[in-house]
Design a protein around this ligand. Structure first.
Ligand code: GLA
Length: 663
C-alpha cells in the first residue's frame, strides 16, 4: 500500500524542503508525486534543461524512505513555447486559441507541441529512467479536451480516410443524404461544433480518443526507451469523464490511476464505489487513487470541508474497491496561482493544518494493513457494462433531459451495493465467463463483436439484463433497420414497439414473486414478445393511452439455464429494489454480508489462491451501529486496524473502519 501526496518543490526555497519531507515522513507517507507542471522550471529557456533541482528533490525523498512518481509536465507548457509557437495552443470551438497561463492548453494535434513534449519527457527519462528511487511515471495530467484547429480538422480527415477507405462508405455510414450532408471531397468534412450528424459526432469522439492515445503513446514510448522495466507508467484519469474512450487509452498503460474529488457536499459510497469499480475495470486490476482532496477543493460551488473522519472512510472504501495507493492533492498550496484556496496538508505558515491529524491516522492504519492486503484483489459475480460509444450516443440525443447514462448505471449499481453485492464495471467486449449476472444499462450502440459476446454469454448459461435504449444503433450510430434491442431481439425474445420520453410517471405492475405496483419515470418502452417462451413479468397501468396494459418487463429463459431480462422502463426505487431481489434469487448472487445497517458497507478483497479473504466493514455514517457476527465473520475476530477483538457483535462507532482476515 502506498500513501502519499503531490508535492511541488519548485514552489519553495530549497532550504524548506527537508522540513516538508520530514513532515511527510511523520504522516507515514511512502510515496510522493513530483515534477508535474514544472516544465518552465525544468526548461526555462528552449533547449536548456535544468534537472538538478529535481534530482535533489528525488534524493531527499528517497533518503527519507519515500518513493517517487514523476509526472511529465506537458499539461503546463511554458510561456516561451506558447509565445514562440502559438500554433501549439488548442483552438476552442469558438475559433479562439486557449490562453496561456491556465493548464491543458497545448494541443495534442500540434506536431510542434508533440515534438517539444517528447523532448522534455526524453530529458526526464534519460535522467531518471534507470533511477531506483523512481518507481513510476504519470503522463501529463487529466487530458481529454478537443482541439478545433485547422490542423486537427486535417487529421480528422486522415483518420476518416483510414477508417472508411472511401467517401461512399462514409456517406453510407453517416446517412448523409439527410440535409444535403453528402461529401464528395474529404476536405469538406467539418469538425462538429454543437449538435451535428450523430455518425460524425461519434467518429469525432473516436478521433479525439485516437489523438490522445497517440499523444500518450509518444510519451510512453519515450519513457520506455530509457526506463528500467520495473518503472510503471500511468496517467491520472477522471472517473466518468467522457471526452475519450478510456478503455483504449488504458491499453497502453501499465496501471490506471484516477483523481477522486467530491467537490461540494459529502461522499455517497453507493455511487462512489462505481467510480472505483469503473477505474479497476479499465485494466481489470487494482489501481491507484493518484489524487484526492485533503478536506476540501477550491473549484466547487461550495468548497466545504469533509467531516472529521470522512476522509478516512473514503480512503478505506477506495482500498476495499481495489485501490493500492492514495495520494493527497496537494501537500501545500503555492503562495500564488489559481489554487491558493485548495485543501492541503500544510498551512501558509508551513505548519500542519488540522486535516494533517486525520491523514496521520490514515497513514498509521495503512502501515498496519499493508502486508495483509498485498496481492489481494476484488472479485465479483455481477458485471455492469459500460461503453463510451453508447454513452456518447445517448448524450448526443438524450431525448429526455434527465436520461443521464451514468445516473442510469447508478440505478442498477446502488441497490446491489446497498445489499453488499459488488459489481465490476466493464467494457462490453470484455470476457464475461464466470459472471452470474451481466447488466447492460442503456447500451444503445452495439458492435458485432459485442453482440457476439452477449449471445455467447447467454448461450453459456448467463443471465443478461437489457434495459431501455439497448441495441438501437450500429457502430456508426445509425438506427438498426429493425427495432430495439436490434441484433439482440432474438435472444431477448422481445422487441420494442415504441419508446416514450415521459413527462409524467406511468404506473407499472410487476410480478416478481410478489406482485408490486409502482411507477416508471423518464423513459418507458412498449414491449412486444417475439416468442412463446417469453414470460411477461410486468405491465404498464393506465397512462398515456399507448402504454396502457402493455408489457413493461419480460424474461426469456434459454435452454442453457440462462436468459434475458428486458426492462422497458426507468423504474422508481422500490421496483428497482424488487428487481434486484429477483436477480439475486434467480442467479443465486452471494452477498458479502446479510442484514447490514443502512450506511454500512461490507466489502472484500481476496487472495488469488482463495486462501484468505479480507473483509472491510465501513461505517459511512456519523451514527453508531451494531453488526451481529455470523458467517463469514464468525467470532472471535480481531480487527487488524485497531487490534480490538470482537466476540459477539461488532460495534461500529461513527465513521468506523474495521478490517478482518478470514482464512
Ligand atoms: C485536478 C488536478 C490537480 C488539481 C486538482 C484540484 O485533479 O489534477 O492538479 O488541480 O484538480 O482539485
Amino acid at each position: 500500500m502506498y500513501f502519499g501526496n503531490a508535492w511541488y518543490p519548485e514552489h519553495w526555497p530549497e532550504e524548506r524542503w527537508p522540513e516538508d519531507v520530514r513532515l511527510m515522513r511523520d504522516l507515514g507517507m511512502n510515496v510522493c508525486r513530483i515534477a508535474e507542471f514544472a516544465w518552465s522550471t525544468m526548461e526555462p529557456i528552449e533547449g536548456h534543461y535544468r534537472l538538478d533541482w529535481l534530482e535533489r528533490a528525488v534524493d531527499l525523498l528517497h533518503r527519507n524512505g519515500i518513493a517517487v512518481v514523476l509526472g511529465t509536465p506537458t499539461a503546463a507548457p511554458p510561456a516561451w513555447l506558447t509565445h514562440r509557437y502559438p500554433e501549439t495552443l488548442t483552438i476552442l470551438p469558438n475559433g479562439r486559441p486557449m490562453q496561456h497561463g491556465n493548464r491543458c492548453h497545448g494541443s495534442p494535434n500540434s506536431p510542434v507541441f508533440v515534438k517539444y513534449s517528447r523532448l522534455i519527457v526524453e530529458q526526464m527519462a534519460r535522467r531518471f529512467g534507470k533511477d531506483e528511487r523512481v518507481i513510476g511515471w504519470q503522463i501529463d495530467n487529466e487530458y481529454g479536451h478537443a482541439d478545433y484547429s485547422e490542423e486537427a480538422r486535417r487529421q480528422f480527415h486522415a483518420f476518416l480516410k483510414e477508417r472508411y477507405g472511401s467517401l461512399e462508405a462514409l456517406n453510407e455510414a453517416w446517412a448523409t443524404a439527410y440535409w444535403s450532408q453528402s461529401y464528395d471531397n474529404w476536405e469538406e468534412i467539418p469538425l462538429p461544433i454543437g449538435p451535428h450528424n450523430p455518425g460524425l459526432m461519434l467518429d469525432f469522439r473516436r478521433f479525439v480518443t485516437h489523438t490522445w492515445r497517440r499523444f500518450q503513446k509518444v510519451q510512453v514510448d519515450t519513457i520506455r526507451a530509457y526506463a528500467r522495466p520495473e518503472q510503471w507508467i500511468t496517467s491520472n484519469y477522471m472517473g466518468w469523464y467522457e471526452d475519450f474512450d478510456h478503455y483504449l487509452l488504458a491499453e497502453d498503460l501499465d496501471m490506471v490511476s484516477w483523481d477522486w474529488y467530491i467537490g461540494t457536499g459529502h461522499h455517497d459510497y453507493l455511487t462512489t464505489g462505481a467510480l472505483h469499480d469503473l477505474t479497476r475495470g479499465l485494466k481489470r486490476r487494482n489501481f491507484w487513487v493518484m489524487e484526492t482532496q485533503p478536506g476540501s477543493v477550491n473549484w466547487a460551488s461550495v468548497n466545504n470541508v469533509l467531516y472529521r473522519g470522512e476522509a478516512r472512510v473514503m480512503a478505506f472504501h477506495a482500498v476495499a474497491h481495489g485501490a493500492d495507493a492514495l495520494l493527497y492533492w496537494q501537500w501545500r498550496a503555492a503562495p500564488g496561482g489559481q489554487e491558493q484556496l485548495h485543501g492541503c496538508l500544510i498551512g501558509a505558515d508551513g505548519k500542519p493544518r488540522p486535516f494533517y491529524e486525520e491523514a496521520k491516522e490514515i497513514g498509521a492504519d495503512f502501515a498496519k494493513v499493508s502486508d495483509v492486503l498485498r496481492n489481494t484483489e476484488v472479485r465479483n459475480e455481477v458485471a455492469i457494462l459500460h461503453s463510451y460509444d453508447a454513452r456518447w450516443a445517448v448524450n448526443f440525443q438524450r431525448h429526455h433531459r434527465d436520461f443521464d447514462p451514468v445516473n442510469y448505471l447508478y440505478q442498477w449499481y446502488r441497490p446491489l451495493a446497498s445489499r453488499q453485492i459488488g459489481a465490476d464495471v466493464l467494457r462490453p467486449e470484455a470476457e464475461l465467463a464466470g459472471y452470474r449476472v451481466v447488466i447492460a444499462p442503456a447500451l444503445m450502440v452495439l458492435s458485432e463483436e459485442v453482440v457476439q459476446n452477449l449471445v455467447t454469454y447467454v448461450a453459456r448459461g448467463g443471465l443478461l439484463v437489457l434495459t431501455p435504449r439497448c441495441g438501437q444503433r450500429d457502430i456508426h450510430n445509425r438506427l438498426y433497420p429493425y427495432l430495439q434491442p436490434g441484433p439482440l431481439r432474438e435472444i431477448a425474445g422481445v422487441e420494442v414497439e415504441e419508446y416514450y420520453a415521459l413527462d409524467e410517471e406511468v404506473p407499472v405492475k410487476v410480478a416478481l414473486g410478489d406482485v408490486l405496483e409502482g411507477q416508471g419515470r423518464i423513459w418507458a418502452e412498449r414491449l412486444r414478445p417475439l416468442s412463446d417462451r417469453t414470460e411477461i413479468l410486468g405491465h404498464y397501468g393506465v397512462s398515456n393511452g399507448w402504454l396502457d396494459g402493455r408489457p413493461a418487463l419480460t424474461w426469456h429463459p434459454h435452454e442453457s439455464g440462462g436468459g434475458v431480462l428486458y426492462v422497458g422502463a426507468w423504474l422508481e426505487e422500490t421496483l428497482q429494489k424488487a428487481l434486484t431481489d429477483w436477480l439475486v434469487s434467480r442467479a443465486h448472487l452471494q452477498t458479502s454480508y446479510h442484514d447490514v445497517p443502512e450506511g454500512v458497507e461490507v466489502a472484500k478483497r481476496v487472495a488469488p489462491d482463495n486462501s484468505r479473504t479480507l473483509y472491510f466493514v465501513i461505517n459511512h455514517t456519523r451514527r453508531s451501529h451494531t453488526l451481529p457476527m455470523r458467517t463469514p465473520l464468525r467470532p472471535p475476530l480481531t480487527d487488524l486496524i485497531s487490534g480490538v477483538r470482537f466476540d459477539e457483535s461488532i460495534h461500529l462507532a461513527p465513521y468506523a473502519v474495521h478490517l478482518f482476515e478470514v482464512r
